[in-house]
Design a protein around this ligand. Structure first.
Ligand SMILES: [Mg+2]
Length: 222
């Protein structure tokens, strides 16, 4: 059995709760697209006597103990990310206009959230999104996003769009769903200055209003 098979068995992506209508589909990443991630994660680190040094677009290797200035080992950084997901309801808030734009878009398209995190934290995320009145279907998985969007969309003759801050996710969806509009959206931060760019792969939206214009045009034109 290969590693990929193991992963598939450990993290089966259940789509049964997602019901799509005969209309366009807009799939959104959550962290640093709908909800702030980096800013509240840094606040969380500070509360633990840690700090992030944005030397590259990675958390691993860039989190230091404030007292000693020593970088935390990778396994401790991985554990911190999971404990932040566990505590997310106390820390994460939406980006300006995200909630309003999502509701506007939902008048003409099905909105689905596809978040890259262990499914065990989907309960916390669901509660947080519901509290913000973002009651759109949520898929939480660590599997590559392209095959998930391909399964969701299923080659329907309808417009489809995918919005994410990570180039590797945009690239995965672009590979598996060739007719998908790819939209790169990420916050401005010292760390995001090191992030890979998506030129030639995806369109870029600097904020939610710009994203709304691009998506609305795509859904109308197609
Ligand atoms: Mg993200």
């Amino acid at each position: 059995m290969t590693m990929a098979d193991d992963t598939l068995e450990f993290d089966p992506v259940c789509l049964d709760h997602v019901r799509l209508g005969a209309r366009p589909l807009a799939v959104f990443d959550i962290d640093d697209v709908v909800l702030q991630f980096l800013v509240p994660f840094e606040a969380y680190l500070t509360s633990l006597g840690l700090r992030l040094i944005p030397r590259s677009f990675r958390l691993h290797g860039n989190i230091l103990a404030s007292a000693t200035e020593e970088a935390l080992p990778d396994d401790e950084v991985s554990a911190l990310i999971l404990s932040f997901f566990e505590a997310q309801e106390r820390w994460q808030t939406p980006f300006a206009e995200a909630v309003e734009v999502l509701h506007d878009l939902a008048r003409t398209a099905d909105v689905v959230f596809l978040t890259a995190m262990p499914p065990v934290y989907a309960i916390q995320r669901r509660r947080l999104l519901d509290r913000l009145q973002l009651d759109f279907p949520l898929i939480a998985t660590e599997s590559p996003k392209g095959p998930v969007v391909a399964r969701l969309h299923g080659g329907r003759p309808l417009p489809v769009a995918f919005v994410d801050d990570m180039v590797r996710n945009l690239s995965s969806v672009g590979t598996h769903v060739p007719d998908c509009l790819l939209l790169h959206m990420m916050p401005e931060s010292e760390m995001h200055r090191h992030a890979p760019q998506a030129e030639g792969l995806a369109l870029r939206a600097r904020d939610w209003r710009e994203a709304e214009r691009i998506l609305a045009a795509h859904f109308l034109v197609d």
